[in-house]
Design a protein around this ligand. Structure first.
Ligand SMILES: *[C@@H]1O[C@H](CO)[C@@H](O)[C@H](O)[C@H]1NC(C)=O
Ligand SMILES: *[C@@H]1O[C@H](CO)[C@@H](O)[C@H](O)[C@H]1NC(C)=O
Ligand SMILES: *[C@@H]1O[C@H](CO)[C@@H](O)[C@H](O)[C@H]1NC(C)=O
Ligand SMILES: *[C@@H]1O[C@H](CO)[C@@H](O)[C@H](O)[C@H]1NC(C)=O
Ligand SMILES: *[C@@H]1O[C@H](CO)[C@@H](O)[C@H](O)[C@H]1NC(C)=O
Ligand SMILES: *[C@@H]1O[C@H](CO)[C@@H](O)[C@H](O)[C@H]1NC(C)=O
Length: 220
C-alpha cells in the first residue's frame, strides 16, 4: 500500500523530467538543423560548369515555358543552389539535374562532363536542341540513374547500346527525337531493365528491332 502511494508521488516528477528532456532534445535537434548542409562537391561543380560551356542559349526563342536555367550557374556560388540542380542533403553529391525547357543548343559528345556526375539519379534534358547529335555511348557511367528524360530534344541516330546497363532505371522517356534502336539493343534493354515502370518511345524508329521469338515458335 505504502509503495503504491510512493509511486503516485513520484509519477508527476517523472512527467516533469520527461517534459524537460524532450524540450532539451528538441533544442538539440533544432540547433543541429542549423548546421550548414554540405556544399556541392568541387568535381560536380566543375563538371556542371564545363557542360554549360559546351552549350549555347537560344535567345531567339521566346515562350513563357522556356527559361535558360544555366544562366544562374555561377562559379562563385554553391552549385546545390543553382537552378535545376539538386544535391544529396547528407553528402552534397549532385543527384538531380532538371534542365528541361532551358533553351540549350549544342551537341552532346562522348567526352561530355555530364557523365562525370556519377551520383545522378534523375536527368531531364527534355525540350532542348541537341542539334541532331546522338546520345553518346558512355551513358552507362551514370550508374545510379533511375529517371532519364531526353524527350523532344533533337537527338538523332542510334540509341546507345549501353543504355541496357542502366539497370536501376524506373522511367525512360526518349520520345519525339529522330532516333532508332539497332537490331538487338531494344531486346537487351527489355531483358535488363527490370525496374522499368515507364517507357516512352513515341516516334522512335523500331524497324530494325528483331522480334524476340516466343517459346512456342522455338518449338515449332
Ligand atoms: C557571380 O556572382 C558574383 C557574386 O554574386 C557576381 O559578382 C558575378 O558577377 C556573378 N558572375 C556571373 C557570371 O554571373
Ligand atoms: C549543329 O550541327 C552542325 C552540323 O553538324 C554544326 O555545323 C553546327 O555548328 C552545330 N551547332 C551547334 C550550336 O552546335
Ligand atoms: C570533346 O569532343 C569534341 C568532339 O570530338 C571536341 O571538339 C572537344 O574539344 C572535346 N572536348 C574536350 C574537353 O576534350
Ligand atoms: C519528360 O519531361 C517533360 C518536360 O519536363 C515532361 O513533359 C514529360 O512528362 C517527362 N516525361 C516523363 C516520362 O516524366
Ligand atoms: C545488364 O546489366 C549488367 C549490369 O549493369 C551488365 O553487366 C550486363 O552486361 C547487362 N546486360 C546486357 C544484355 O546489357
Ligand atoms: C527507320 O529505319 C529504317 C532502317 O534504318 C529506314 O529504312 C526507315 O526509313 C526509317 N523510318 C523512318 C520513318 O524514318
Amino acid at each position: 500500500m505504502r509503495d503504491f502511494i510512493k509511486f503516485r508521488k513520484i509519477h508527476p516528477l517523472i512527467l516533469v523530467l520527461f517534459l524537460l528532456s524532450s524540450i532539451i532534445c528538441s533544442l538539440c535537434l533544432s540547433s543541429s538543423s542549423l548546421n550548414p548542409t554540405p556544399l556541392c562537391l568541387p568535381n560536380d561543380k566543375s563538371a556542371l560548369l564545363q557542360f554549360k560551356n559546351t552549350m549555347s542559349i537560344d535567345d531567339s526563342f521566346s515562350d513563357i515555358n522556356y527559361y535558360p536555367k544555366t544562366n544562374s550557374w555561377n562559379e562563385s556560388t554553391d552549385c546545390c543552389s543553382w537552378e535545376g540542380v539538386s544535391c544529396d542533403k547528407a553528402t552534397g553529391q549532385v543527384i538531380g539535374l532538371d534542365l528541361s525547357c532551358s533553351l540549350l543548343v549544342g551537341s552532346l559528345h562522348p567526352n561530355t562532363t555530364l557523365f562525370h556526375l556519377q551520383g545522378l539519379k534523375r536527368l531531364n534534358l527534355a525540350h532542348n536542341n541537341f542539334n541532331d547529335s546522338s546520345i553518346p555511348f558512355g551513358l552507362s557511367q551514370l550508374v545510379s540513374l533511375k529517371d532519364l528524360n531526353l524527350s523532344f530534344s533533337s537527338f538523332s541516330g542510334l540509341i546507345p547500346s549501353d543504355i541496357s546497363f542502366l539497370t536501376k532505371l524506373t522511367s525512360l522517356d526518349l520520345s519525339e527525337n529522330d532516333q532508332s534502336f539497332d537490331s538487338h539493343s531494344f531486346e537487351k534493354l527489355t531483358r535488363n531493365l527490370s525496374e522499368l515502370d515507364n517507357l516512352f518511345l513515341d516516334s522512335v524508329n523500331m524497324s530494325d528491332v528483331v522480334p524476340t521469338p516466343s517459346k512456342t515458335c522455338l518449338h515449332l
